[in-house]
Design a binder for this molecule. Structure first.
Ligand code: GDP
Ligand code: IMO
Ligand code: MG
Length: 429
């Protein structure tokens, strides 16, 4: 059996959580392969809303195995909170949630370094979610990180203290005074205590050698869906560096983050919004500073699922979308939040950029310098409410036209259109 993959093609928050939840009944296993609690994946059904940070979005189906792969990084305190919130709504995770022994741990001091490093950058800050993502992946590649499997080591506390002391030196070198700094509302000492207490919840979960676990399931004929976090334009190699996250959010992350060989990959679902958003710093060629951007933010409720920050909004960027499709080998496109544009008389999409007086159809190396001026194509809006459409209903003519225009530009079919945040608001083409 092959592994299907679902990836965000923009700057994250495309609606991955919703679609994974919708697709889960067709899969036996849902697996996260990278990122950590910087992710916030929203799922809405029966008037209940959940935001998952570490747990895969297949968790609401009791028949589905959910795996946190080796490429993911885990903050035990945040994971414990997620488990407890789900538990209060009757969602029991201990039977279906599996955790890779090779997944790295986010330590409280990783979060301090994140804050220290952002504050030292001043106006050039990345706009990190401050969940300790960069510092934890840095330790992973520096070969000094602590992993889930290390929790069973009788020397764990000693290893923890060694790393903690090293981190505190870094924090001090960055000139960061953390005595008044709060982590999720707690002082460092209080957070560290909560972190240690949360280890008992983590230790109750089923730890696996996830590369064997997932390949064995595949050999048994089980169907696997790999759930991406963040988006392709935040990829450490291919995103708008340095305004990126610290993992491979693109297709390669599936192989390294789960131990799956490339020839096992089947469908690649690429998710994009009918417009664009970005939270945090970095270039955004089609960003709108006007009432259209404000309307997208308001109607689309574009505020970060993890940090609550307002998301920057703008028109769809087709050269960037093409780039993400190329990098990932997308087979099926899924268009999200088309309903947010219901009230727009004119819909724009950038087809190229003006760059040093020339027209450019791709993202140049120095895109970061903000030198790209979008060249737009305009189409007429559908100006009607699509949120009540049933899954096999046809789409309004102008929306269908807009989608066909996109398909023609990017040479990839749009097979699903999402028409609202609820599980049921979905139309198949
Ligand atoms: P993710 O990180 O990719 O899972 O996306 P987020 O959950 O961070 O952000 C997507 C937001 O849009 C959430 O608030 C969803 O409930 C919401 N959403 C998802 N799909 C749609 C849609 O088709 N229309 C509207 N209006 N909202 C949607
Ligand atoms: P999901 O999975 C949107 C952004 C941050 C910041 C940059 C680096 O919900 O789509 P980090 O905390 O990783 O050091 O932040 O990446 N970012 C996201 N933006 N959605 C996400 O995840 C994100 N995860 C990180 O805002 O600009
Ligand atoms: Mg999100």
């Amino acid at each position: 059996m092959s592994v299907d993959v679902l990836l965000g093609l923009q700057w994250g928050d495309e609606g991955k959580g919703k679609v994974v939840d919708v697709l889960t009944p067709a899969y036996d296993v849902v697996a996260r392969f990278q990122g950590g609690p910087n992710a916030g994946h929203t799922i809405l059904f029966e008037n209940k809303k959940f935001v998952l940070h570490t747990i895969p979005s297949g968790i609401f189906n009791p028949n589905c195995i959910n795996l946190i792969g080796n490429g993911v990084i885990i903050d035990p305190y945040i994971l414990e909170k997620e488990i407890s919130t789900l538990g209060k709504s009757g969602v029991e995770v201990t039977k279906t949630l599996f955790v890779s022994r090779k997944a790295h741990l986010i330590l409280p001091t990783h979060r301090l370094i994140d804050a220290a490093s952002e504050s030292s950058k001043g106006a050039n800050k990345i706009g990190s979610t401050l969940k300790g993502i960069g510092p934890t992946y840095t330790d992973k590649t520096a070969r000094i990180g602590l992993r889930v499997g290390d929790l069973s080591d009788h020397n764990f506390n000693e290893k923890y203290n060694t790393l903690k002391n090293k981190h505190l030196q870094t924090v001090s070198q960055l000139g960061f005074d953390y005595s008044n700094h709060l982590i999720d509302g707690y002082s460092f000492d209080a957070y560290e205590k909560l972190w240690f207490n949360a280890l008992s919840t983590l230790l109750k979960l089923q730890f696996v050698d996830s590369e064997y676990f997932i390949n064995d399931l595949l050999s048994e004929g089980k169907k696997v869906l790999a759930e991406g976090a963040q988006g392709s334009l935040l990829d450490i190699d291919f995103g708008s560096y340095p305004f990126v996250t610290s993992s491979n959010t693109t297709i390669a992350g599936v192989c390294s983050g789960l131990g799956i060989a490339p020839n096992k990959i089947g469908k690649v679902y690429g998710i994009f919004k009918a417009y664009c958003t970005r939270v945090g710093s970095g270039p955004f060629p089609t960003e709108l500073d006007d009432s259209d951007g404000e309307t997208m933010r308001k109607i689309g409720n574009e505020f970060g699922s993890t940090t609550g920050r307002p998301r920057r909004c703008g028109w769809l960027d087709l050269p960037a979308l093409k780039y993400a499709i190329m990098l990932n080998g997308v087979t099926d496109l899924i268009m999200m939040k088309a309903d947010v544009l219901d009230g727009f008389k004119t819909i724009k999409a950038a087809t190229a950029y003006e760059y040093h007086g020339n027209q450019l159809g791709y993202l140049p190396f120095d895109a970061v310098a903000g030198m790209l001026k979008p060249i737009y194509s305009e189409s007429s809006g559908w100006t009607c409410n699509i949120t009540k459409l049933a899954e096999n209903d046809g789409l309004p003519e102008n929306l269908e036209r807009y989608i066909q225009f996109i398909e023609n530009e990017v040479k990839t079919p749009v097979t699903i259109v999402s028409t609202g945040p609820d599980r049921k608001q979905i139309v198949y083409r």
